[in-house]
Design a protein around this ligand. Structure first.
Ligand SMILES: C[S@@+](CC[C@H](N)C(=O)[O-])C[C@H]1O[C@@H](n2cnc3c(N)ncnc32)[C@H](O)[C@@H]1O
Length: 392
């Protein structure tokens, strides 16, 4: 039996199968038909909505156009249904309650998942050498190696949507994300949290360092290694940085090497804290307490605030005297009604922590000012904070 999931289909009267690849963990579609440039977008949309996957044998660029045509159909349907819902509401008057943001958030995630499911039905064959043997296809072998690791030399099938994600990640990794606070670029890897929203980095660059912080600091959940690099730049002589995700550790090692600070940062795979104590312990946990839809979303969604709670509860055992814990958290979850400020303050209290100071900053990313965004009401109020915490 193969240790990998497989996908099977019938082609020219022959039963065939290949390795199924899905980094987001989607199961292999059960119904698969062969499709090419002759398939009309409406017919493709109907099949995809019914759960029938389309294994593409046509031109690569036409497959991309078909994917865009499917996306347009989904978006048209979503707009129509939201218009219908608005029309069904009672006429507006001053006593009508504000829209329930929690419900909007869950509906938005549901709609995103449904969109991803339909768009994930357009599949491409991937040759054992990570090549797409389709007309006008780009060379994605490097992008595949970066995300999947060395090839296992067997035929596989992957969704076009995933392929576009691999290509995008490869470009980000090559170009890097400029980090003003660091005066350098950070190169995120596929599946590793990218510091595209730079405002929290400004907070870390500017908050006053606690006494003795220059000796040793911990960076909990280092991701690309950006915060560890910032602390070194601020004069911290040694940082121990942890992450659970091996891709993050590999990515952090690469970035720290590029920045010439690898000898000042020790990377270790551990759940939250390394052993011992430090004078500064920093953590930027995922900001939204919700179940991740896939492993890749684990850096954005923290189910039941597991990382946040673990960080706060573990601080007293790991902070040295006069040490500070720096928690980076936006209040987006509060505006979505997913976690209240009182609950957060209570977590500090339960851990025996006091707030020395809170440094706030408004997000600068374009979605924060996009009134068309379904979560705009919450996004427009969002504030990102660096909480400086100490033992009581
Ligand atoms: C929101 S990202 C922040 C990454 C980075 N510190 C930054 O600010 O850009 C959270 C990181 O924590 C890691 N993580 C999640 N749970 C963890 C745990 N229990 N122990 C260590 N790292 C964890 C994730 O893999 C992810 O890289």
């Amino acid at each position: 039996m193969s240790e990998h999931p497989t996908i099977s289909w019938n082609e020219a009267g022959e039963q065939r199968s290949a390795r199924w690849r899905s980094e987001v963990g989607n199961p292999a579609p059960k119904r698969v038909v062969i499709a090419d440039d002759t398939l009309a977008a409406d017919a493709a949309y109907k099949l995809a909505c019914e759960g029938t996957a389309l294994l593409w044998r046509g031109d690569y660029q036409n497959a991309r156009q078909l994917l865009q045509a499917l996306a347009r159909r989904i978006d048209r349907k979503t707009t129509r249904s939201s218009v219908k819902k608005t029309a069904a509401k009672p006429a507006s008057n001053s006593s009508v309650a504000a829209p329930d943001m929690t419900q909007s958030f869950h509906l938005h995630r549901q709609a995103q998942a449904q969109r991803a499911r339909i768009l994930g039905m357009l599949l491409l064959p991937l040759a054992p050498d990570y090549r797409l043997n389709l007309r006008r296809a780009p060379d994605i072998s490097q992008a595949c190696t970066e995300a999947y690791g060395p090839t296992d030399a067997i035929d596989s099938v992957v969704s076009l949507r995933e392929v576009l994600g691999l290509i995008g990640a490869h470009e980000w990794r090559k170009k890097g994300v400029p980090v003003a606070a660091l005066g350098a670029t950070i190169h995120p890897y596929y599946g590793v949290f990218s510091p595209v929203r730079g405002e929290y980095l400004d907070l870390v660059a500017q908050a006053p360092l606690p006494p003795k912080a220059t000796e040793l600091a911990f960076d909990i959940g280092t991701g690309t290694g950006v915060l560890a690099a910032l602390l070194v730049q601020r004069g911290v002589r040694k940082v121990i940085a942890t992450d659970l995700n091996p891709r993050a550790l590999e990515c952090a090692a690469d970035n720290l090497q590029r920045l010439g600070v690898a000898d000042r940062v020790e990377l270790t795979q551990s759940d939250l804290f390394p052993p011992d104590k430090a004078s500064l312990i920093i953590c930027n946990p995922p900001w939204v307490p919700a179940k991740p839809g896939s492993a890749i979303e684990a850096a954005v969604y923290d189910p039941d605030s597991r990382m946040l709670k673990g960080f706060l509860a573990g601080l007293p055992d790991h902070l040295s005297e006069q040490g500070e814990g720096w928690l980076i958290l936006s209040d987006f979850a509060e505006h979505l009604g997913l976690r209240s400020r009182a609950v957060l303050l209570d977590l500090f209290e339960q851990a025996g922590l006091r707030v020395i100071e809170r440094h706030d900053i408004k997000p600068r990313h374009p979605r924060a000012s996009d009134a068309e965004d379904p979560l705009y009401t919450a996004r427009s109020k969002e504030v990102t904070s660096l909480w400086r915490l100490a033992l009581k």
